[in-house]
Design a protein around this ligand. Structure first.
Ligand SMILES: [Zn+2]
Length: 148
């Protein structure tokens, strides 16, 4: 079943952390409670192939935004799918005081990097790579800023 987009204000809340759970993390289907900690890899792929926002699930325009760690920005490889800029800003504002690793990050981030770009590549992991998660590579960064 293809889940319907949800406006930011209607995203489910993480029962543990009390923060909104974006589309790319799952939206609490039976057997898969909504959690902001992990990415749902089926949703990540859906975002990539259907060009929908990883936060609200609605179609993307241009530019698109990516959010991630300093390391991801330095490598130009983001794990969280593309988003609307307004969705990314709203999400990072609501995650400001979250005391946990969220959105598929391995550690808690004090500061996020938010980049905007006109387009991106979706790169699936090669057979021999240790980290088998796919990544998104912005093809030219329009703007990069730090949040947090
Ligand atoms: Zn959105």
């Amino acid at each position: 079943m293809d889940p319907a987009p949800r406006p930011f204000s209607e995203l489910p809340a993480d029962p543990d952390l009390g923060v909104p759970v974006p589309f790319a993390c799952g939206t609490g289907e039976p057997g898969a409670p909504a959690t902001a900690r992990e990415l749902d890899q089926r949703r990540v792929t859906q975002c990539a192939l259907s060009r929908v926002c990883g936060i609200c699930g609605a179609g993307l325009g241009r530019p698109v935004a990516f959010l991630g760690s300093e390391d991801e920005a330095a490598r130009n490889e983001f794990h969280f799918p593309p988003t609307h800029l307004t969705c990314a800003q709203a999400l990072l504002t609501s995650y400001d005081a979250v005391g946990a690793a969220v959105l598929g990050q391995l550690t808690r981030l004090d500061r996020w990097v938010l980049v905007t770009t006109g387009g991106f590549e979706f790169v699936r992991a090669g057979r021999d790579q240790v980290d088998r998660r796919p990544v998104f590579s912005p093809n030219s960064v329009l703007e990069e800023r730090r949040v947090g």
